[in-house]
Design a protein around this ligand. Structure first.
Ligand code: AGP
Length: 608
């Protein structure tokens, strides 16, 4: 998710859009840029790194003019470099464009444009849009943008300026948020209200398929056929701090709530239903090499390590490849047995975790193939592995990882499809997995819509001194993840166990003070976990159960239960983890903890 801001009016636009852009830096922060129409000419400056790097670059010579765009990037195509930063310009250097989203047919369009003589300077999908607009631009920027967008597949929020129409901004939205800010003979465009609250609270939210044309004389909104569209004016009530969090009290809650959207982005363009397979363009391993692999080692830390555990179960059960999981901090100092038939997969949201990076480097030294499952494009791990899968979850600001976890598991499911369909996974089995994945974002939304029920359960346990999380099979790692979420943001000591394991010691802890969370969907081991629930209830334990909708047996035994929609066993973690994320969140809030920045923790552990 990138940050976009534009201004047209009577003020000096450069400093104004730069200041506004800082309000959006949480949306993406790997590079930034600005375009200003100065004395009828286009001036563009952009730099890899945070906005502060761009400001240093501009020191003392920020272009002056009354029309400007600025952008802070969350890379999806192409590493964070000066050339890949937005704005992107046309060949003639008269037009600049900023974009948030993913252009799915960028490759085809780029080839055609290059054959027509267009010269590209970046690896991004966005630059294709700039050349498409240039190609269509005769005497109207608005008509050129509309013509260009009619050729595009994918998602966009864009804003465009041109020295040929120095007092105009053309903006358009399809799948990525954009809103117009209304001032007195001055107008704003931005990806969220945080960018303009210092200037106006009167806004017009664009909807998909709409184009806005702004000038000091006014604004108008049309559809892609440039037919006028009537829009209502809204007033932003939020304060600045809450707007940056999209109106949520904490980034963690925002990121929990946007998991369905994030999962859509992880899966976008990658599901091949007919073939029961996944399209993964970044593995950089041919089928012959993938078939040579006789063992997979998944290595990570923390929440990513829990995702790796689910990956182990997926790969062994469905792709029939021996798989094992290693704590990166252990792996790097053991003397692991690896060779060219071993695939080592590093899983990391930040792509900067020191132990995981070191494990990848050790694997490469020993001749193993390496892949990364990473969120931050162009991060160190992403650049050092042989290939990988970006999860496209958008920036994860809250220290406690939530949407990255579910997107990592989804990426592992895609990789399992890819490897499994080269081996024993049938097309029918593959199609079943693809169909179940396609349904998941909607099912996630159903679970998220019932967050208030989890909040009510959380109120009962905010004072608990300890907690146990129990699961089996694919949901044993979910038990570990639920326990980690609770302890890292509420500071309540919690442990996760395979449910059957409690008989070997932990059951001694059970009493009426001990909340026991069971992840107990109706899966292959349901009857077994039912017995475990009975064992805990027989010892007066307080049971919270995550169950499948319609469940009666465990629901009848539990003190509190929370239903999740039915899906295939291997994908239940993507739904069963959500109430556990919310439970930890609501308990931590009730305990007055700093949810987004828990004590002693950092978002990315870049030291040993
Ligand atoms: C999880 O909530 C924690 N923030 C932490 O365990 C995290 O998952 C771990 O540090 C790994 O980070 P990474 O995914 O960025 O490598």
């Amino acid at each position: 998710m990138c940050g976009i801001v534009g201004y047209v009016g009577k003020q000096d636009a450069g400093p104004l859009v730069l200041e506004a852009l800082k309000r959006l830096e949480y949306r993406g922060y790997d590079s930034a840029g600005i375009a200003v129409i100065q004395d009828g000419r286009l001036a563009v400056e952009k730099a890899a790194g945070k906005i502060a790097v761009l400001e240093q670059r501009l020191e003392g010579h920020l272009p002056r003019g009354c029309t400007a765009l600025a952008h802070t990037r969350w890379a999806t195509h192409g590493a964070p470099t000066d050339d890949n930063a937005h704005p992107h310009t046309d060949c003639g250097g008269t037009m600049a464009l900023v974009h948030n989203g993913i252009i799915e047919n960028a490759g085809t369009l780029r080839e055609r444009l290059q054959q027509c003589g267009h010269r590209f300077r970046s690896e991004t999908d966005t630059e294709v849009l700039a050349h498409l607009v240039e190609e269509a631009f005769t005497d109207s920027l608005e008509l050129a943008v509309a013509a260009a967008l009619r050729q595009v597949e994918g998602t966009y929020g864009i804003a465009v300026v041109s020295s040929r129409e120095p007092h105009t901004i053309v903006a358009a939205r399809h799948g990525s948020p954009l809103l117009v800010g209304l001032g007195d003979h001055e107008y704003f465009i931005a990806s969220d209200a945080a960018a303009m609250l210092a200037h106006t609270r009167s806004v017009v939210y664009l909807d998909d398929g709409e184009i806005a044309v702004l000038s000091p004389e006014g604004y108008r909104v049309t559809d892609l056929e440039t037919e006028p569209v009537e829009k209502s004016v809204s007033t932003v009530e939020w304060d600045l701090a809450s707007v940056e969090r999209g109106g949520f009290a904490h980034f963690m809650l925002k990121e929990i709530m946007e998991q369905a959207e994030a999962l859509e982005l992880t899966l976008r363009g990658r599901l091949l239903e007919d073939d029961g397979n996944a399209r993964l363009g970044g593995l950089n391993l041919a089928n012959e090499q993938l078939l040579e692999i006789d063992r997979v080692v998944l290595t990570a830390c923390g929440t990513s390590w829990h995702a790796a555990l689910i990956g182990e179960y997926l790969l062994e059960e469905l792709a029939r490849i021996p798989a094992e999981v290693e704590y990166a901090s252990e792996f790097r100092y053991r003397n692991p047995i690896l060779d060219h038939r071993t695939l080592v997969i590093g899983i990391s949201q930040s792509g900067e975790t020191a132990d995981t990076l070191a494990a990848i480097r050790e694997a490469k030294r020993r001749g193993a193939h390496t892949l990364g499952i990473v969120n931050v494009v162009g991060s160190t791990i992403a650049r050092e592995v042989g290939g990988g899968i970006y999860i496209h979850a958008g920036p994860e600001i809250g220290v406690a990882s939530t949407k990255a976890f579910t997107c990592q598991v989804a990426a592992l499911a895609l990789l399992t499809l890819r490897l499994g369909r080269l081996r024993a996974l049938s097309v029918l089995q593959g199609r079943e997995i693809v169909r179940a994945l396609r349904k998941l974002p909607g099912q996630m939304s159903q679970v998220l819509a019932r967050a208030a029920a989890v909040e009510r359960i959380g109120e009962q346990f905010a004072r608990a001194p300890n907690a146990l999380y129990l699961g089996r099979g694919y949901n044993f790692p979910v038990a570990l993840e639920g326990a980690l979420k609770l302890k890292e943001i509420s500071y309540i000591h919690a442990e996760g166990y395979p449910a059957a394991e409690i008989k070997h010691g932990p059951i001694a802890l059970i009493d009426e003070m001990m909340p026991v969370v069971f992840i107990a969907p109706r899966d292959a081991v349901y009857q077994k976990i039912l017995s475990n629930v009975q064992e805990v209830k027989a010892r007066r334990g307080r049971v919270i159960a995550i169950v499948t909708e319609g469940d009666a047996e465990i629901t009848g035994l539990a003190d509190h239960s929370f239903p999740i929609p039915e899906t295939i066993d291997p994908l239940t973690p993507l739904l069963s983890v959500i109430p556990l994320q919310l439970l930890a969140y609501y308990i931590a809030v009730r305990r007055g903890c700093d949810v987004d920045k828990p004590r002693n923790l950092a978002k990315s552990v870049t030291v040993e």
